[in-house]
Each structure stands twice: as structure tokens, then as C-alpha cells.
Design a protein around this ligand. Sequence first.
Ligand code: F6R
Length: 614
Amino acid sequence: MCGIVGYIGHRDAFPIVIKGLERLEYRGYDSAGIALFDGNDISLSKTKGKVEDLRSKAKEISQAGSLGIGHTRWATHGVPNDVNSHPHYSNSGDLVIIHNGIIENYESIKQALKDRGYTFQSDTDTEVLVNLIEEVQKTEDVKLGKAVQIALNQVVGAYAIAVFDKKKPDEIVVAKLGSPLAIGVGENEFFIASDASPFIEFTNNAVYLEDEEMAIIRLGKEIKLRKIKNDAIAYPNILELQMNLEEIEKGGYDHFMLKEIYEQPRAIMDTYRGRLLADQGIIRMAGIDQNIEKFVNANRIIIVACGTSWHAGLVAEYIFEDLARIPVEVEYASEFRYRNPVITDKDVLIAISQSGETADTLAAIKLAKEKGAFVFGVCNVVGSSIARESDAGAYTHAGPEIGVASTKAFTTQITVLTLIALKLAKEKGEFSQSKFHEYLSELETIPAKVEKSLLSNDLVETVAEVYKDSTNCLYLGRGYNFPVALEGALKLKEISYIHAEGYPAAEMKHGPIALIDEQMPVFVIATKKGHYEKVVSNIQEIKSRKGKIIAIVTEGDEQVKELADHVIEIPETLESLTPLLTTIPLQLLSYHIAVMRNCNVDQPRNLAKSVTVE
Ligand code: F6R
């Protein structure tokens, strides 16, 4: 939540910071701001609204300066308005700060500063922090870096900050705890950002700050890293990034979400490439191979995640229990972390997260580690906090996911989790070599089958046209496809603002069936493999109450066609792999409905891609 960008070097900072903010807008988009420093004067512009609004508003200020910082906000403290937008000045006007995170004890600090004569323009915790830094500078007579360090030792909360001082035109100080911060290292220039996308066309070299680290970035000097708590020197680990510009642009699609839906065949293939060796009859995954005993001897696997990643976890529960016969519990990370769960060193905890930054999932990991569990991360963003915090892990290789609604992250998470379950099933002797081989070969066909499922796009668009004005929708599925029903409903509500609920099909008669009338569209996943006859009975129950039935069926299905108002076909596959296909038309459906309702598909209201606050 919130994106931060900074630049110091020999180029004009304005275009770099603005472009960087556009790339980070997925992290929050209720207001935006920029501050530029030309060595003499600071010019600052900020506004409620999006980065494009900032672009227009910033025409009123001088755009000169080769030092700049910018911010795109997802409000936590104080409503989205011009004043609460970042950057924030200190009272003297010398210090300027941007901040992603929350300072929890800001009220008491604010009161103490007020008692010493400080005044505040905004309702934000961030303005309190910059004034605390200023107060430390004054009272302790220290330079900016030291003042930041002392101030941060007084705050409780989470932050990624960048701050500069008018008296030090060649320096930016950054610090991180709980929110991500990357430094791009170029030729006598430095970039600062919440992720590497703002600077990828300038440099592939990046340093990711660890929690409780700060850096003094000074032109003409090496980056100086320190531990915030004890002042110990840390050494920057410069990583070479693999990301390229094409991956973070729309590539001819109207929206990132559509691009990402269509990328799924490639993303799934990239996820199993080098791991799934069907011809040799093996799955190779370093993170599992090196820890195989922990998995095989685990009392149980606990999966923690949020949102769509939690739905992937639910699919994984079916896969692990069904194929590998290992007991699994799937938990919302936000509940797990606060309910004093029973965890032992015989448990394996799998954390699933696209961004690798979700605050609740990160906290759940830390708790599990404290209790001795082995933690395995399934993340998409390389070098993210969850990836680093885990004992071992496997990346999904989906490539950057920029649309706020998760699509390719979901299918690639299921792919990774399927590979792990198959590997464990084989290791535990639950699978014969021939059965194992059958699964591996089928998994290899999935990208082509996803491609085929995408061919339903035109049909899905016509279905979307019929139901775009609905006020409620139900999604039903059973077994492996129950989590897909939940995911279908989540996709619809988050981007089209239509109320939708997912249910296990058989639960209908325990309450939700009361909602069914001729106005209610019911999306039913009714694939041949997976409780087919039972789902057909559920469809009959809806039909006799005049509900509208839109069914996702296996190609060639005749029985459901007789009952449903619309059928959308997907290719046949093994039952455990059906979620990888059934989810495709549901993603497309949400997309088209959102477009038809003029919703902002890639940046739905009130949401942010990376939820770094709890
Ligand atoms: C929904 C969506 C969210 C995320 C959730 C977890 O489309 O994107 O529900 O799945 O915020 O995020 P990650 O996977 O980054 O931990």
C-alpha cells in the first residue's frame, strides 16, 4: 500500500519520478505527490487523485532538479485529500519525506511535538515522523542520517521512507521496516522505489533493504547501510535483476488484467519449466529436494495466505490430502497470527503470496518460525520479504502482476503447489511410477488447454452482456472447484462492485437457496470429473426455483446443456487440475462485466495490490 519513488543523480528527476509513480500506482491510487530539489529550492506538488492528476497539477511548479521523491497513496491516517498527500515538509521547510506504512504511536509523539511548539497541516502519521526527525536533528545536533536513526528507534510501526534535507543537496536517506524498499544503483545515480519497476530501464542492479536497515545514499559515494537498532554496519548485496520493460507494460491490451489473463499459458509453463521433467519421470525443486524429510515427516501442513492466494491454498488442501495424503489446514493469515495457534516443530507452514509483502502473511510466518515450524514460501515477487523470511521456497515465475485483481498469480500458485504435492505423493509411495507419469504428462498439457479455454472469450463476453446489471450473483462448485467458486465471486465483486458469493454447491440448501429467483444468476462449475452427478442435481434445484444458470462444463457435455441457460466449455483434464481451467472463463467474465460497467479494471476502488498494513 502506497508506492514510493526517488531519484538522485545527473538527470532531471521529474520524468523519472512521475513515470515511476505510474508504475507503482497499483500499490495505491487515492492521491499522489512529488517534491523536487534543484540544490537551492524545493518545489512540491500534491493532489487527491491519480498520478495523471498530479502530472497536470505539477505544471504549476518548477520541474527542475536532479533530486526528487514521489508518492502514490492508499490512505491509512487521514482521508485522501491534497493536504494529507505526501510528500510532507517538516516545520522548518528543510526536510521532506515520503512514507509507506503506519506509525502506530504517532498520537503520543505528535502531542509531545505540539508541546514543543510544532504545528501540523495534515492528519497523517508521516508529518509527525518528519517533524520528529527535525526535532532530533535540532536537539541532538546531528546530521540527517543519525537523526533518522534516532527518530526511528522511537517509533512503533511499519515504514519504508525516503527523506532529504535542503541543507544536504547530494543526499537522500532511506529506511525500511515491514514495507519494501529497493535501491537501483546506476552510474553515479541512484533510484529508490517500492519495487524495481520504476528504474528497470535505467539499471538492472538493485539493493533490497532488509527490515530495520537504513541507507545513506550520497552522490559520488557508495551506499552506506546501517542497522537502525544498533548502528551496526551492513553490507549492500547488489542483485542483478531479470525483469524487463516489456513485462511491465500493457503490450497492446486495453488493461493489465486482460494481458495477465492471456499470459497464463506462458506463466504456467514458466512455472513448471526446469522442474517438471515428464520424459525423465521426475520433478526437480531445490527447495523441496533439500527439505524433503521435513515435508514427508510433517504432522501436518498449515497453509497461510490472504485473498486469492488463500483460495489457491484451499485448492492445495484438496491436492495435498488427495494425492500426498498429508493433513492440511488452510488459514487466513490475519486470523492465524492472532489466535494463539498450536504450532510445533513437526509442522510445515506454507505461506502463499503473490507480492511477498502481505503484512498478515509475513506476521504469520514470523509466528510459525518462533514456534519452530519449518516455513516454505510460495511467492511471485523475487526477493520479496516473505521470500526472504522463509526457510525455503519456490517462486511462481508468473512475471510481474500489475492488475490489482490477481489472475496469473492464482494459476501459477496452483501449479507450484501441484508440483510439490505430486513430488511428495511419489516420495511417500502414494503414487506408482505410471500414475506419477500420467499426472506429469497431463500437467504439461495444461498451458495448451488454458489457451483453448481462452477461446471462450467471445462467448463469455456475450454472457457478460446479459448479466452485467445484476446486483447479486452466486458461484457454486464442489471439491476442487469449490475454491474456484470463491475465487470467481471475489474477482467479480472486487472489479465490478457486484455483490457475489461463492459456496460449495451442496451447501445451497442450507440457506443460500432462499436467494434464488428469476433475477439471480448462478455460475456453476460442473465438470465431468468431480462430483458431476451431484452438481447436476444442484443445478436441477436452482432450475426449479427459476434461477439463471451459467455452467462451466467439460467439452462435449450434453446433460447440463439441457438445463443451463448458458454453458461455457473447457477441455477435459484430471480432476485435480480442473481449477487451472475452470477459473479462466470466470476471470474473463469478471473482466468483461467490469469493462461494461465502466469500472476501473486495473485499479478498483479502495484496493491496493500489495497490502503492507494489517
Ligand atoms: C484479489 C487479490 C487479493 C490478494 C491478497 C493477497 O484479486 O489480489 O485478494 O490475493 O491481497 O495478496 P498476496 O498474494 O500478494 O499476498
